[in-house]
Design a protein around this ligand. Structure first.
Ligand code: ATP
Ligand code: MG
Length: 283
């Protein structure tokens, strides 16, 4: 049975279980156990602390895991990233006390830097040709400068609010992370098929997340131009309206381009534009 290690509680847990549900894998959260079988998919879930996930995957206790790329790289175990999952985005940055006159990476030469990510920091320092002292701390890294444990910190940032409230300033964004699906590559044929099915569904869930369904009433004279604005998967759907000289056009657009497209469509006479969420896209 294919086993997937996921975070039992914490920042990744909710989005992980939401993704599994989105791709049609039921999970029973109410009576959460250490190990649970999905009732409708050949997958067993192993709940654990995120720190341990790269190791249990590398050792073969679970063939798959969902964890932050930061933990994967920091732990350094031999696992393969099979998909990026688009949630749990954060970065690991160097931050210095606000009062410091920071003038570039060389400032860190000879300084003490507190972090829970020594491996990632060491490799960045090496790339930059800088020698600094790494103080490994597992708890609240952001208080290290105030406690005179270090001169700077290297820590996870998502909004930056924690840094500011500790009198620190982000000066180098070093590592960008998101949740990833990892594998140890040791899957038998049936397990490989299950993984392929999961990847296919994850792909479709991620594509549909960034797309919107758009429909509108359009003067027939504008159909060619609207087709250029809205390429769609093959081409937009055009349906007749009872009103002479008008049609209804349907298409799919990238969320990033949505407002730009709407502006262009309005300029060629589109009316009654509706934008809808898409549940699944199977290309
Ligand atoms: P666990 O008890 O499982 O060890 P944890 O306290 O180590 O949990 P969380 O704080 O739940 O870990 O974070 C899990 C992951 O979420 C991080 O490794 C990182 O990939 C991601 N993440 C996203 N945003 C943030 C953030 N602002 N702070 C910390 N982690 C974040
Ligand atoms: Mg942890």
């Amino acid at each position: 049975m294919l086993r997937l290690a996921i975070q039992s509680k914490g920042r990744l847990n909710e989005d992980t279980t939401a993704l599994l549900r989105e791709i049609g894998i039921d999970i029973d959260d109410s009576r959460r156990k250490f190990l649970a079988q999905a009732p409708n998919f050949p997958l067993e879930l192993l709940y654990m602390r995120d720190d341990d996930i790269p190791q249990v995957v590398a050792s073969g206790t679970a063939a798959l895991g969902i964890v932050g790329l930061n933990e994967v790289v920091e732990r350094g175990f031999d696992v393969e990233v099979v998909a990026k999952l688009g949630f749990g985005a954060c970065r690991i940055s160097l931050a210095v006390p606000k009062s410091v006159d920071y003038d570039g990476p060389q400032w860190f030469a000879g300084k003490r830097i507190a972090t829970s990510y020594p491996r990632i920091l060491r490799s960045w320092l090496q790339e930059q040709g800088i020698e600094a002292k790494i103080e490994v701390i597992t708890g609240s890294v952001e208080i290290a400068p105030a406690a005179d444990i270090s001169d700077a910190i290297f820590d996870i940032v998502s909004s930056g609010g924690t840094l500011v409230s500790n009198g620190l300033r982000e000066v180098e964004k070093v590592f960008f992370s998101e949740a990833v699906l990892i594998s140890n590559g040791k899957l038998d044929e049936a397990e490989r098929k299950t993984l392929d099915e999961m990847l296919f569904r994850i792909d479709s869930a991620m594509v549909s997340r960034r797309k919107k369904y758009i429909l509108m009433n359009l003067p027939l004279a504008s159909v060619d131009e609207a087709t250029r604005i809205l390429p769609a998967m093959r081409s937009p759907t055009v349906m007749p309206l009872a009103a002479e000289g008008w049609c209804s056009m349907h298409s799919v657009v990238d969320e990033a381009d949505l407002w730009d497209k709407i502006r262009q469509l309005k300029a060629i006479g589109a009316e009654g534009i509706l934008v809808l969420n898409i549940d699944k896209i199977i290309p």
